[in-house]
Design a binder for this molecule. Sequence first.
Ligand code: UDP
Length: 353
Amino acid sequence: MKICTVVGARPQFVKAATVSLALKNTDCNVQEVLIHTGQHYDSNMSDVFFADLSISQPDYNLAIGGGSHGQNTGRMIEKIEELLLIEKPDSLLVYGDTDSTLAGAIAASKLHIPVSHVEAGLRSYNMAMPEEINRILTDNVSSRLFCPTAGAIENLRREGFYNRDVLISEVGDVMLDAAIQFKNAAVKPEELDVKGDFILATFHRAENTDDVGRLESIVAAINYLHASIAPVVVPLHPRTASALKRNNLSLNCHLIKPVGYIQMVWLLSNCALVLTDSGGVQKEAFFFNKSCVTMRDETEWTELVELGVNKLSGADRERIIEFAQYMFAKNIPDIGEMYGAGMASQRIASALV
Ligand code: UDP
């Protein structure tokens, strides 16, 4: 059987790595055709992940990045449609909630190629987020919905998906599979010179980078934490770097370039607290037994908040500082059977074949 997979952004490389491997390990002869849209194109946002995670080179690279959401999505749909007409796959596989996810799902569904969505059913219930629009639309044209959590299943139930002719399954989270697979491969980032307990901070969500008030407040909180609580290490996302420059703001902490996955695993394994607005990094904190403060007003991963291992601070300076102090070096329970216990990719591969 032939599966076309569409990826384009950093978190999708991590997710696709373990599912591709699981597809190779099935008894069935699966041909996976990998389409990289080029949404993330810097070598430290793309190439390094293919190397670190031993992902096969893409069969096609569309080199579509750098435009607005509409420009990117439209150009991706056009190109992916052309490729699907050439490749004629039995199904199309997409991950998460980016413009690449949506473009793949629209192109395939209009050609009546079944779409499988990994990370289906997640909701923030904040329609100002481009990711929320992408994930809702993608779920609605998919015929196989692979959910990471019971909460995601419940969201789909509420939205009436169980009255439709679609396959819905709770498989767990493929990012846990990656964390388990690569936890012993951790490598310290070369440029990092930090001693003792440190805070790992990542932020890049448009709601934080494109709103000057929120950006200023986050920068002030990080600068305070670095000066008064513990060193803060920030692998700086290109979108955040541009926003800081545009607004004349400086982070006074350990700023490093975005790191590859195995260096990120080192940072996650060795830090005393994670401060983030990333969807993936919130969970990875828990996978590596670290507490987390999430600089957003809501999260799709509500179970971590309920468990007390993640606190939502929004972008409020005082709250970020207060929660970071409270959560610093806190003991975090083991993951147990949550998020599929490392079996998500295998379950997806078995369902697909
Ligand atoms: N990540 C990485 N290097 C970095 C920052 C993040 O390898 O400098 C990884 C992170 O560990 C996770 C993925 O990239 O596996 C998450 O991507 P991101 O935060 O960009 O996206 P989101 O999860 O918010 O969609």
